[in-house]
Design a protein around this ligand. Structure first.
Ligand SMILES: Nc1ncnc2c1ncn2[C@@H]1O[C@H](COP(=O)(O)OP(=O)(O)OP(=O)(O)O)[C@@H](O)[C@H]1O
Ligand SMILES: [Mg+2]
Length: 355
């Protein structure tokens, strides 16, 4: 007899201080889902921590200890991908508004619930969770493929030009020797050609570094940020302060790359658009997150308007790309900027990527 290979059941978690409700809920849903239950917010958080990939959290509001709202808010921050549903009495309008505005709940179920409505709401929530996950996986794959391609191009540039350029310069040396004694005009042309080869080498190294700095793979994120900050400050006359807070922790290479790309794009934008005299880069290790904050005291901008303007000129993918990369890692991205008041970007990512 062959074993069935049914897909694993989606996980849902229900929190309520009334045990009878937990039993009813489980009986209604356990055929279709893997149901976890908790009698308090504290217990629910422990389950969220222990069980990866819970799709939907359903929480009662009134519980001794942590309230439903407090729980939903904590889950919103720690597990933003989990779809949150609140169980509440019809009359709790204020709670409902808080739940929407502060905790970004997906839906409400009124108590006592009608079984049909409960099943339908959970089914839709699970489907939404699946779509969000699929979307995130897809963006992550796109980001990874683009990054691999950049790495490959950087390597090719470095390896191919790295071999050809020195050999061209040797040939030039031979030519110089075979022309001796040469005229001043010939000498000038040879020196000019030599300088052009030098310049080509510098351009190639810079292009390869922009595609993917090799020290990122050799030495890691912080030394790379330090080097790029110093170069940018030196080349553009901007005072840039770099600080690292907390104990640096090892992070997933994917997470490292996303932080680096946001840093790189933000610094490019400061250089190209901000007209800033000062900037600040801060990397904070606050387990389980790494947080990057970049501020400048430049001209600031209104995002929607500026991006639309840049896109009309065939640009404007910098900010979009940053958001996309951060979303692909289930991180958070906040941009604060106003004309005349500088710009601040804050990105928080899990140090270890969520599967
Ligand atoms: N730090 C900043 N200070 C002032 N304006 C900024 C800053 N960052 C971005 N902008 C504005 O936002 C616009 C969009 O930025 P974005 O990085 O998306 O595109 P871009 O830099 O114009 O082009 P690219 O696609 O090459 O990055 C910019 O054109 C600029 O007007
Ligand atoms: Mg840009």
């Amino acid at each position: 007899m062959s074993r069935s290979t049914e897909p694993a059941k989606e996980k849902i978690l229900y929190v309520d201080d009334e045990e009878a409700n937990l039993v009813n809920f489980t009986m209604s849903l356990e055929d279709q889902y893997q149901v976890f239950t908790a009698l308090s917010g504290e217990e629910a958080l422990r389950i969220c921590q222990r069980e990866p990939g819970i799709a939907v959290l359903v929480s009662d509001q009134r519980m001794p200890g942590m309230s439903g709202l407090e729980l939903l808010e904590k889950v919103d921050q720690a597990h933003p991908e989990m779809i949150r549903i609140m169980l509440t009495a019809f009359t709790d309008l204020e709670v409902a508004l808080e739940a929407i505005n502060r905790c970004h709940v997906y839906s409400f179920i009124s108590k006592p619930w009608k079984e049909e409505l409960l099943l339908l709401t959970i089914q839709r929530a699970v489907e939404t969770h699946r779509l969000i996950r699929e979307n995130r996986d897809l963006s992550r794959r796109l980001v990874t493929v683009a990054e691999e391609e950049r790495k490959r191009l950087a390597r090719d540039l470095h390896d191919d030009f790295g071999q050809i350029l020195p050999s061209l310069r040797f040939t030039l040396e031979d030519l110089r020797a075979s022309l001796a004694p040469s005229t001043p005009e010939q000498q000038r042309l040879l020196a000019q050609t030599d300088e052009k080869f030098n310049e080509l080498g510098r351009i190639c190294r810079k292009a390869a570094g922009n595609l993917r700095p090799d020290i990122l793979d050799r030495l890691g994120l912080l030394p790379t940020i330090d080097t790029v900050v110093n170069e940018c400050a030196r080349d553009n006359g901007i005072e840039i302060e770099l600080s690292v807070c907390g104990q640096p922790k090892k992070m997933d290479p994917e997470c490292e790359t996303v932080i680096y790309r946001v840093f790189q794009e933000s610094l490019n934008n400061i250089r190209d658009h901000a007209a800033a005299g000062k900037a600040e880069v801060m990397v904070t290790f606050s387990y389980p997150l790494v947080i990057l904050t970049i501020r400048d005291n430049g001209r600031g901008f209104a995002e929607e308007e500026a991006v639309a303007r840049a896109q009309r000129q065939g640009r404007g993918i910098g900010l979009l790309g940053m958001r996309e990369r951060v979303a692909s890692m289930a991180g958070s991205f906040i941009l604060r900027s106003k004309p005349g008041q500088g710009t601040q970007i804050r990105v928080a990512l899990p140090l270890v990527r969520k599967r």
